[in-house]
Design a binder for this molecule. Structure first.
Ligand SMILES: Nc1ncnc2c1ncn2[C@@H]1O[C@H](COP(=O)(O)OP(=O)(O)OP(=O)(O)O)[C@@H](O)[C@H]1O
Ligand SMILES: [Mg+2]
Length: 469
């Protein structure tokens, strides 16, 4: 598609020259003779770049610039001016113009500014898309009373420096909540440092958290800053805090009490200003009763406790979550958003959701990958959920060797991305083969893959033709 350039100038001769230069180079050109007209055309024609004169009767260029930028901050604008006044140039720069060229116009300058500007526009748009995607990924979605209450707790806790302890089952959104607290705090511009206490081996966790000096222990060839130090002025998120050893618990408690750390192998203490958020899916009171978690640390951490209920206790969140995930996936894969029929939403509401929102998200993704139509129906949901929670029953229900050998070969549910991809591919193939009565040539043709590849897949996934009855 041709790129569209808007040229704004009250002098007809300049407009003509610009049109010639730009059209010769293959651009689509739109001309405006006044500021007013420029704003109208910008809205109607959505240009990729604007050349803008400053001195015009009526609305001048700088005002037009301000208004253009207010409606579309990514739009690249080149200021074209007869009088190279420094103040005008400065003001234009402040308002967001990226280049200033002087009349009389030179073709080279025009094209040069043009190419640079178009590139800049693309970068800015990409940047904005990425940012929106990122923000949406970290958005807390939900309309249930309990989620609203959590949002309210987040809102109140965020601006304080109080330690927050987030409790809840796996996949309920603890990390998301921790990020929301940081994002809404006065520390939002500083770092959010996450430490998964369960994932770091016991021998390494202290050096990971507090850092070490060179030579502090065998293997410490370089000095290392710890996570607490990295989070200085920001937030540290101690995830799976219930899995810390007694020794580490004691050290973390000290940091919380004293507000300072010592790197391993150093006697120097470092004063820190770190906000601590912790999370766990363990029942800490039980851990305390069993002597596995320090009570004093628990009290330090749980100044503001936030308990996140499992998804099955807040099914009112499901419609909004489904919509959110569908929008996310369709944006990621550049697909038209698929609709969920009311019955399908209902089926989702009645599922068990042991894996909570993470599981819901996986199920939605799977449904979107497997569905060929525009609408997901209740039956689609039920078939995915059935396979999902009861693999052996699902196999029996189909009475086929295909499904049965699947549950035997891949165990419960896919746990990794790769397993999931294979799982989906296999399910898709079985579905298509059934649809075309196990006619390999026909199926291969319809799914647009060479027959040899389909044979290979059948072997790889141990797919065998189902015997009826
Ligand atoms: N309220 C919500 N709105 C939108 N997405 C959510 C919400 N809650 C959770 N999610 C999504 O569900 C997934 C799991 O969330 P998260 O990682 O925060 O859970 P968790 O409680 O930390 O789980 P675990 O205990 O397993 O670490 C993530 O993809 C997250 O983005
Ligand atoms: Mg987590």
């Amino acid at each position: 598609m041709k790129q569209r350039i808007l040229v704004v100038d009250d002098e007809p001769a300049i407009r003509d020259t610009m049109r010639m230069i730009l059209e010769y180079d293959g651009y689509d050109v739109v001309l405006a003779a006044s500021g007013q007209e420029a704003l109208q055309l910008a809205e109607r024609d959505n240009p990729d770049l604007v050349f803008l004169d400053v001195k015009m009767p009526g609305m001048d260029g700088l005002e037009v610039l301000g208004r253009l930028k207010a409606t579309n901050e990514t739009l690249p604008v080149v200021i074209v001016s007869a009088h190279g006044s420094t103040t005008t140039a400065l003001e234009a720069g402040r308002l967001g113009a990226f280049r200033f060229i002087e009349k009389p116009l030179s073709k080279d300058y025009v094209l040069d500014a043009l190419r640079e500007g178009l590139e800049l526009g693309t970068l800015r748009r990409e940047n904005r898309t990425l940012r929106t995607a990122l923000e949406s990924r970290h958005q807390l979605i939900g309309e249930s009373a309990s989620l609203k209450q959590i949002m309210e707790q987040v809102r109140r806790a965020a601006p304080t420096n109080a330690t927050v302890l987030i409790l809840g089952d796996s996949g309920v959104g603890k990390e998301l909540i921790a990020r929301a607290i940081h994002r809404n705090s006065l520390r939002a511009k500083e770092r959010f440092v996450q430490v998964n206490c369960a994932a770091i081996p016991e021998e390494l966790i202290e050096s990971e958290l507090f850092g070490h000096e060179r030579g502090a222990f065998t293997g410490a060839t370089e000095k290392q800053t710890g996570k607490f130090e990295q989070a200085d002025r920001g937030t540290i998120f101690l995830d799976e805090v219930g899995d810390m050893s007694a020794r580490t618990q004691a050290k973390v408690l000290r940091v919380l009490q004293e507000g300072e750390v010592e790197r391993l192998g150093s006697a120097k203490t470092i004063k820190l200003d770190v906000r601590v958020i912790a999370a766990t899916n363990k029942d800490l009171e039980e851990e305390i009763a069993e002597g596995r978690f320090r009570e004093d640390l628990y009290f330090r951490l749980s100044v503001i406790p936030i308990t996140v209920p499992p998804l099955r206790e807040r099914t009112d969140d499901i419609p909004a979550l489904v919509q959110h995930f569908v929008a996310q996936f369709s944006r990621d894969s550049n697909r038209r958003p698929t609709r969920f029929a009311p019955g399908a939403i209902d089926a989702l509401k009645h599922a068990r959701w042991r894996g909570n929102i993470r599981e819901l998200r996986n199920v939605i993704e799977r449904l979107l990958i497997m569905s060929s139509g525009d609408v997901i129906e209740a039956d689609d949901v039920r078939s995915v959920l059935r396979v999902d929670s009861r693999p052996s029953v699902a196999a029996n229900a189909h009475g086929g060797a295909a499904a049965a050998s699947h549950s035997a070969s891949s165990g419960e549910r896919p746990a990794t991305l790769r397993e999931f991809k294979e799982w989906s591919e296999r399910a898709f193939l079985v579905e298509k083969l059934r649809e075309f009565s196990w006619n390999i040539s026909r199926t291969a043709e319809v799914i647009d893959t060479p027959r040899s590849n389909l044979y290979k897949k059948l072997e790889q996934y141990n797919i065998k033709q189902e015997t009826e009855g």
